[in-house]
Design a protein around this ligand. Sequence first.
Ligand code: ASP
Length: 688
Amino acid sequence: MLLSSVGRSSLRLRAAPRESYIEISNYIRGRRTGLLSTVRNRPQQFGQFHAQQRLYEQPHIDSSRQPFLEQYKNAVEFPRATYDFRTFLSEASLGQEVVLHGYLGNRADLSKKLSFVRLTDPTMRHNIQIVASAKSGAFEKLKSIATNSPVAVRGIVQQKKGSKSERDAPDTEKIEAWEISLEDIHALNDFPKDIIMTSETVFPPEQRYLHLRTDRDLREALRFRAQVRNICKEELDQSQPPFVEIETPLLFKSTPEGAREFLVPTRRRGMAYALPQSPQQYKQILMASGIPRYYQFARCFRDEDLRADRQPEFTQLDLEMSFATGEDVMTTIEGVIRKLWSTLMKEPVPSGPFRRMSYQEAMRRYGSDKPDTRIGMEISPIDYLLPVDLISKITPLMDPIVEVFKFEGNDNDPKETQRFITEFLDSPAGAPFNNNPEGGPGIFIYDAKKPLCGLQPFGFEAAERIEDMLEPDHGDLIVLQARKRAPFSGGSTPMGDLRRALHTASVEKGFKPAATGFDFFWVVDFPLFSPSTDAEPGQGGAAGISSTHHPFTAPKTAADVDMLLTDPTQVVADHYDLVVNGVELGGGSRRIHDAKVQEFILRDILKMPPERLADFSHLLEALRAGCPPHAGIALGFDRLVAVMLGKESVRDVIAFPKTGKGEDPMVKAPTPMTEESLETYHLRLRDE
Ligand code: ASP
């Protein structure tokens, strides 16, 4: 394909104004340094931009000499690319004239008359070499364009004579087999001298765009995320009956569903929307509306503790099915996971159906409701074996439960184990365990060279029983931990946390290899209610209990329904969490589809005040209108992508994540409310 005449003529235009632009831009930079101190690779202050604008606005600048406008006009009329890079690489032929877009790389001047420069394509996945000789009119033009500037290049395709070192170069550096002999080049924007950008530069979150631009891995993660989304969509669209993708409102209302909400004040005095913590209520109402299967990639907003790698806004793959139970939902999700693994992952496709583990079993064996089952270290109760004086040494609690697990050492070397565990307990990661008011961990190194192999404090009999039970090897750790004798509640026990933290530290320190593979399973049979805590707003009821999942989750069996009247704390929920490798990928439940039962739970079990109960009247009305039984789930989409890519943090799969403080340092959100906006929303800030 040949360059269009528009492209050619615009390429031939305007080399001259550029020099004057550089003069002006140097002048501005000079002024700027006088106005504000510039720090390299620090985000530009707002003031800098304004300073620049103010400068342009100053009347002494002759409006006929505003070269940035000339340069901009040049960019407005930039030539179309004749090819994207991929098509170019497969279809271009020798001697052909082409126009390509991309970013200019570093230039190597081989002589005064010959330069090489790399052009990186707009996807930043391919590089091609541009050869410029002084014979070409574009030679000087090329030299005036800064590295990293976006450009349009016109040239003739020729075969590249690749050197061995280039052929062996890493992927990101690889240059393709064709090269372009430069005919013309068109700068589409400048790249400023005050930004130093190499592939090694680490940019702060304020400059996320530069981080994205230099971090191929991060850009690939965003591409991968889009693929994951497409495959989920494909799988759900194709099921029978198909799921219907439906958007539900983001301007919702405040309801005590469980998490703390973000309010959106309106101009109507005293009136506010709330952003949805999930589309839960709308999707249930869809089930009452004759939509049999719904899904959505839903943005959710929760104003909660962000320590555990959470974001105040995040994405869920949210779905709901009518005339269905939890079994149908679990089968559907297993299908989605299998499809994702078979399409995008190298690891074996998880064979189904995924196994089930009750909440009680997960907490008992692993001290966690989302255990990483790949790492061993199963927990067992041991207090019945221990001498009283040993128990009193590890806990101030009377009649505690004491549990034990074995942590395998390395190379049967007790000294290595000793070094590792001492370092761990002295590190910040160890602090919460040492400072546990119920007693720190009791740690013993199994050492065949010591009396009773280092288990002397257990006494002869208990030591022998422990050996039978745990079969320790020379250099292994035996870890004890006490806790109150009380039913499990919440997501983990200190022993479960210790198990996890020890494993993480051992991998970080290179003491143990990281666990591999994916072990999917469902955690089921959660308690329907848990004791209320200060950390979670719950439903604000007066009963001292809150819904473990959310207040719309159904009791599991008829016997559980009966137990609502006798002992609600014993009721088992029809709630299921999908867990893989210590990560809760998502959770869902069968819902209460009967309005009277739903109202009974809210009013009589949770003891919600009438005005908060009234917040749910829309849902109760919809259930009352002959709503069919239904069940659903939401997968944390950010987390799913992070798990698939083996990323530690969801921030690595989100284009513009918020910090641990819930801030976006790039756009500087949130911002203080101005007097004007306070007035608009009829608000006044309370004196502290
Ligand atoms: N709405 C629930 C949540 O966000 C998921 C569900 O029950 O479908 O956790």
